[in-house]
Each structure stands twice: as structure tokens, then as C-alpha cells.
Ligand binder design. Structure first.
Ligand SMILES: [Fe+2]
Ligand SMILES: [Fe+2]
Ligand SMILES: [Fe+2]
Length: 468
């Protein structure tokens, strides 16, 4: 009897301690365990995460497929940033799923045929308006709601690795939705919204039929149908640009030059404009990603980063031009890197950029030289910083080329590099043939006065060989 009383005293003391610790928020490493009888076991959890992760991976490819097709500059930059973020979040979830007794192969396949059908419908938007409303008013808010519901339901102590990933994912997706809403407020008129109604209604109906992104909402009652996705989405032959941009050209016309300025000032303008025109490289890498199917996920993750870097460099150029009060929008815009490779193999396009241009830019006369010019000759601190990071990114791109550009060529670096050089020369030859007054204003006419870069050397070599 005595023993029992003593045990009860110890018990109530430890209960008091537990309650006090929980109240003070110091129990279980600060993790709230109130809902510890969560119904989300490992299997249910893995099934839901597979769906979220699948949607994110599809969003990466939808962004890639639409980057060249979408017109407004600010939307293009948002697409490039968000496809990179989606790829990073999908990677974290993919890693987590394989910790939940799911194989890598299972994790990378579609978890549900009707969810796949829904994503097929999303990519068939036909305008900036449909893209903006579909992605930022339907897909992302519904995905965020499903993820937040899961975050609320799963047991935070047993499932902490998932909780941590989803916390960051939600933060980033809230920012994505906020940017999307701001873009909609800026670009979408009431009339345009009405025109998009049928496309949006179909997305909402289909999502309802499949039980939402978690598959948990009231069960499917009606068979989902294909509305637009009866034929595959294809990339546009031309890369779209806003109405207030100058003409799209297949050579670089230095539209912001001024003969009254010094050679150094014009060379600086050429360099800023060249950065801003890296959007065509972003579109080309996005196209490679979109057209190359059935690769390991790391390929898409790498090219998503590559796409965003090229678009970011375009934003560097934009920011530098705007700092100097230059109206860059109305100038001609170079679009050949995407457009010339339409109808050619993705292997050639990627070899051209990553193994031709970017690998050659690693020479001292390449990216390093551009950075030194900004620092020592043009004396512009902002552009020096931009070139410094552009150089750092391009080192990564040359590495991407070695890793994935060679994947198209049996991992043979030498032959892949030679092929990339040839593809680059083909573009340079074509570009030179398009320039109306090559002697006076060829590509980088002023920059050449401050040292020859790999692109200029290669162009000269090609033209000299053609002249023989
Ligand atoms: Fe680039
Ligand atoms: Fe760059
Ligand atoms: Fe690059």
C-alpha cells in the first residue's frame, strides 16, 4: 500500500513537470506534439508528398515550355525565378520521399493519372493572361492550401524532416503567389480575365474531380476529361517580346550606342546590352529542358538553375542600363540563340551554349576580361559586381556543360566540346551574315577596341575560313 502511494506521488510530480515543460514551450525540442495521434502514417505521408512533388516538377517544365512563349518581360523573369525555386523544393521533397520507404523510381513517376491529366491541361494556356491566372490564382494557391493542410495534420515530431521542408516551401510559395498577384494587377484587364474564364473553369473543375492536390478532398465523382490537351503542347518558333520592345533580330544591333560618346562609353553600353539580351540564352536552355524527356531529375534541376541564371544576367543588364538612364526596351533585341536552334536537336543547342560559348568564356580573355574592363576601364561599381557574379555563374555553366552536355554524347567530353564549338561557329557565321553593315557596327564593335574576346576571335576565324 505504501509503495502505491509513493508511486502516485512520483507520477503526479512527473506529470506536473511534463505539463510545465509543455506550457513553457521547452518540451520535445520545442516541437508542439498536441496532435500526436495524427492519422498520417508513413504510407499516407509518402503518397501525399509524391503528389506535391509531382506538381512542383511539372511546374518546372510548364515554366520552361512557356518562357519563350510568354510576352511580358516581368512575367518572363518571374517564370525563370519560380521554375528554379520549384526545382529546388521538388528536390528536397524527392529526397524526403525516398526516406519514406519509396524507391527513387517510384518517386519520379506520376502518382496519379488524373493528376497528370490536370497538369497537361495547365500547360495548354494560350496567353500571358491565362498563364498568370492559371498558375497564380488556381495552381499555386490550391497547392499551398493542400500543403498547409498536410503540415497541420502530420505529426510534427515523427515527421519533422517533412515539416521543415514544407515550412520553407510555404514561405517561398507565398512570395510566388504575391508576385503573381502583383503581375495580374498590372497586366490583366477585366476583358482579358473574361476571355480566360473557360480555361480557368476547366482547371477548377478538373481539380475538384481529382480531389484536389492532396487527393483528399471529396472523392472523384466524375471522370476528368481532356479539354485542350488532346494534342501535345509545342514550343513557339519565335520568342515573344513585349509590344513596346524594338524589333527582334538575329544579330546584336547596338541600339543604345551614341556616336557622340567615347569609345569606352559605347563599349560599356554594348556590354550592358549584351547582358540584358541573355534572355535568349535563358529561353534556349528552357527549350532544351522542355524537349529532352526521360532524363534523371538532376538534369532538370541543373537546367532550371541554368535558365534562371541566364534570366538573372538579363536582369543585371536591365538594372545597369536603367541606372544609366538608357531606354533599352525600345532598342532592337537579339533573339537568335532560341530561334536559330528551333527545329534542331536539343543536344546541339546545349552543346553550343555550355560547351561552345560558356566553356570558351573561361579563357582569361573571356569573363575575367569583361569583369576587369568594368572595374578598371569603365569604372562602374554596379556593373563590376554584376560581371563578377556573371563570371562565377558562368564557371558553373561550363561545369553543367561538362556534366550534362556530354550526356548527349556518351559522356565523351572531347567530342561533345568539338561539336559545341562547331555549333557555336555555325551561329556566329549565321549572325555575321545577318549584320547589314558589318564593317561599321558588327557585334561588340566598341568592346573589341578594348581587347578581343573569345566570341570575336571565333567569329574572325569563321569568316576568314569562309573567305579562303
Ligand atoms: Fe549567359
Ligand atoms: Fe551571363
Ligand atoms: Fe551562362
Amino acid at each position: 500500500m505504501k509503495t502505491t502511494i509513493r508511486a502516485e506521488i512520483i507520477d503526479s510530480k512527473s506529470k506536473d513537470n511534463t505539463d510545465a515543460a509543455a506550457t513553457a514551450g521547452i518540451a520535445y525540442a520545442g516541437i508542439d506534439c498536441a496532435n500526436y495521434e495524427s492519422p498520417i502514417d508513413v504510407k499516407t505521408n509518402a503518397m501525399r508528398l509524391r503528389r506535391f512533388q509531382y506538381v512542383l516538377r511539372k511546374l518546372v517544365l510548364i515554366g520552361a515550355g512557356h518562357l519563350p512563349a510568354r510576352k511580358e518581360w516581368e512575367l518572363k523573369l518571374a517564370i525563370a525565378r519560380h521554375l528554379f525555386e520549384d526545382a529546388e523544393q521538388a528536390t528536397a521533397l524527392l529526397d524526403r520521399i525516398t526516406e519514406l520507404r519509396v524507391t527513387g523510381n517510384q518517386a519520379q513517376t506520376a502518382p496519379d493519372a488524373v493528376l497528370a491529366l490536370f497538369m497537361d491541361e495547365v500547360i495548354h494556356c494560350r496567353s500571358d493572361t491565362e498563364y498568370l491566372l492559371g498558375i497564380y490564382e488556381v495552381v499555386r494557391p490550391e497547392l499551398l492550401a493542400a500543403i498547409q493542410a498536410h503540415l497541420h495534420e502530420t505529426q510534427p515530431l515523427v515527421d519533422y524532416p517533412t515539416v521543415r521542408i514544407l515550412k520553407f516551401l510555404c514561405l517561398e510559395m507565398e512570395e510566388q503567389i504575391a508576385l503573381g498577384k502583383a503581375l495580374i494587377a498590372h497586366f490583366v484587364t477585366g476583358a482579358q480575365r473574361s476571355q480566360a474564364a473557360e480555361y480557368l473553369q476547366n482547371l477548377r473543375d478538373t481539380l475538384e474531380r481529382i480531389g484536389g492536390f492532396s487527393g483528399q478532398l471529396p472523392a472523384r465523382k466524375v471522370e476528368a476529361r481532356r479539354f485542350r490537351s488532346i494534342s501535345p503542347y509545342t514550343l513557339p518558333p519565335k520568342s515573344a517580346r513585349p509590344d513596346n520592345f524594338g524589333p527582334s533580330l538575329h544579330y546584336r544591333q547596338p541600339g543604345c550606342l551614341d556616336e557622340k560618346l567615347s569609345d569606352a562609353e559605347n563599349a560599356f553600353r554594348e556590354m550592358m546590352k549584351m547582358r540584358q539580351e541573355e534572355m535568349t540564352a535563358a529561353e534556349m536552355v528552357a527549350a532544351v529542358m522542355f524537349e529532352t524527356t526521360e532524363m534523371p531529375w538532376t538534369f532538370y534541376r541543373t537546367l532550371a538553375r541554368h535558365t534562371w541564371d541566364e534570366a538573372r544576367h538579363a536582369a543585371f543588364g536591365q538594372a545597369a542600363l536603367e541606372k544609366h538612364g538608357i531606354n533599352w526596351r525600345a532598342t532592337p533585341h537579339y533573339t537568335a540563340e532560341y530561334e536559330m536552334f528551333r527545329g534542331q536537336s536539343p543536344a546541339k543547342a546545349y552543346a553550343f551554349l555550355a560547351l561552345g560559348v560558356e566553356t570558351s568564356a573561361m579563357a582569361r580573355s573571356g569573363k575575367q576580361h569583361e569583369w576587369q574592363l568594368c572595374r578598371d576601364v569603365f569604372n562602374d561599381r554596379l556593373m563590376t559586381l554584376f560581371q563578377d557574379y556573371d563570371w562565377a555563374d558562368e564557371v558553373q555553366h561550363a561545369r553543367f556543360g561538362k556534366e550534362w552536355g556530354t550526356a548527349f554524347f556518351d559522356d565523351d567530353f572531347e567530342s561533345a566540346r568539338a561539336y559545341g564549338e562547331e555549333a557555336w561557329k555555325e551561329l556566329l557565321r549565321y549572325r555575321a551574315s545577318q549584320e547589314p553593315d558589318r564593317q561599321k557596327y558588327h557585334t561588340a564593335f566598341y568592346m573589341e577596341k578594348f581587347g578581343k574576346m573569345p566570341m570575336m576571335k571565333a567569329t574572325e576565324a569563321v569568316l576568314a575560313a569562309d573567305g579562303e
